[in-house]
Design a protein around this ligand. Structure first.
Ligand code: ATP
Length: 311
């Protein structure tokens, strides 16, 4: 059932000595959702992923996976989790088939069930042709796919991916992102990254963590609406009347950028472009350039974390 809450994180903190790597973090992830977890180096992404996957105990707080408390019923809760850590946990001397069979065994699958799970995961991750190859001999992209196949083998409700595209070439990256999108249709997926365009390419919602605290949790369409342009840069051939520009509907302020270049700050819901063209034509000011300035996710990231993300 899409929309069902599959991950519930409530007031989770993790201390190392007196330092909080993660501090009082709460959020939900629903089935059918891909959540992008962004943050600068050392922000607490991996620590959060490790706690969500049941590999690290929180110092405080509660995590529930598909309705099961991860601390009280770890074995039961972990059955519903697939985890791809930052470095895929491969046994280099095993073939892809042997590796996936071994992992299926760990999930308690045997015989026909095991083979079916292995073949399904291989097909989903584009590994059908390489079942007999040693994982240690695969390219980085294929090793990542084998890591992902391991994570989805038991058809878990929740898929946790720690920096899934690190080290991939642009084509492999695109394939991995489309696979993540596809998985997101039926599962709840959380992926951590510091590649900003990755979030737009793969995610429905973005969370930004900084210094262990969540500083943003927003759906991508809401974010886009919030980041709608509210500034127009305009260049004229002849110097216009500043008063006339400032009087355009929706325009709050006009600042000169040069003799004939101006920035018009306007209400995001009232784009003055049409009225501006009409006015410029009436007065023969001659428009050279009108360009809306969109606030980028990058700018928002810098504003919230004080650090640059990877473009
Ligand atoms: P990156 O993008 O660099 O991987 P991150 O967001 O994943 O960073 P974490 O690895 O979660 O960040 O680390 C968060 C903070 O906790 C950092 O300040 C880190 O130094 C600290 N930390 C992580 N693991 C330990 C540990 N085992 N002992 C002490 N401090 C730790």
């Amino acid at each position: 059932m899409n929309g069902q809450v599959l991950v519930e994180v409530e007031g989770v903190s993790r201390f190392y000595g007196k330092t909080a790597a993660v501090a009082d973090v709460s959020f939900l992830i629903r089935r059918g959702e891909v959540l992008g977890f962004l943050g600068p180096n050392g922000a607490g992404k991996t620590t959060t992923m490790q706690m969500l996957s049941g590999n690290l105990a929180p110092s405080q707080g509660r995590i529930s996976i598909a309705g099961r408390d991860l601390l009280e019923n770890p074995t039961d809760a972990k059955r519903h989790i697939g985890y791809l850590p930052e470095y895929p946990p491969l046994y280099r001397e095993l073939t892809v088939d042997e590796f996936l069979d071994f992992c299926a065994g760990l999930h308690g699958l045997s015989g026909k069930e095991r083979k079916a799970a292995r073949e399904r995961a291989k097909a989903r991750c584009g590994l059908a042709e390489v079942g007999g190859r040693l994982t240690g001999h695969l390219s980085k992209g294929y090793q990542q796919r084998a890591g992902l196949a391991q994570a989805i083998l038991h058809d878990p409700d929740v898929i946790i991916l720690d920096e899934p595209t690190v080290g991939l070439d642009p084509i492999q990256m695109r394939e991995m992102r489309s696979l993540i999108r596809e998985l997101g249709r039926e599962h709840a997926v959380i992926l951590s990254t510091h590649i900003l365009p990755e979030v737009r390419a793969s995610c429905d919602r973005v969370q930004i963590i900084n210094g262990g605290r969540l500083v943003l949790n927003e759906r991508i369409p809401d974010l886009d609406r919030r980041m709608q342009s509210s500034v127009l840069t305009v260049t004229f051939r002849r110097r216009p009347s500043l008063e006339a520009l400032a009087a355009l509907p929706g325009v709050g302020a006009v600042t000169p950028e040069g003799e004939t270049r101006f920035k018009l700050f306007h209400d995001p819901s009232a784009d003055p472009t049409e009225a501006l063209i009409k006015l410029a034509t009436e007065h023969a000011w001659g428009i050279y350039e009108i360009s809306p300035e969109h606030q980028s996710l990058e700018a928002l990231f810098v504003e919230l974390t004080g650090q640059a993300g990877e473009a």
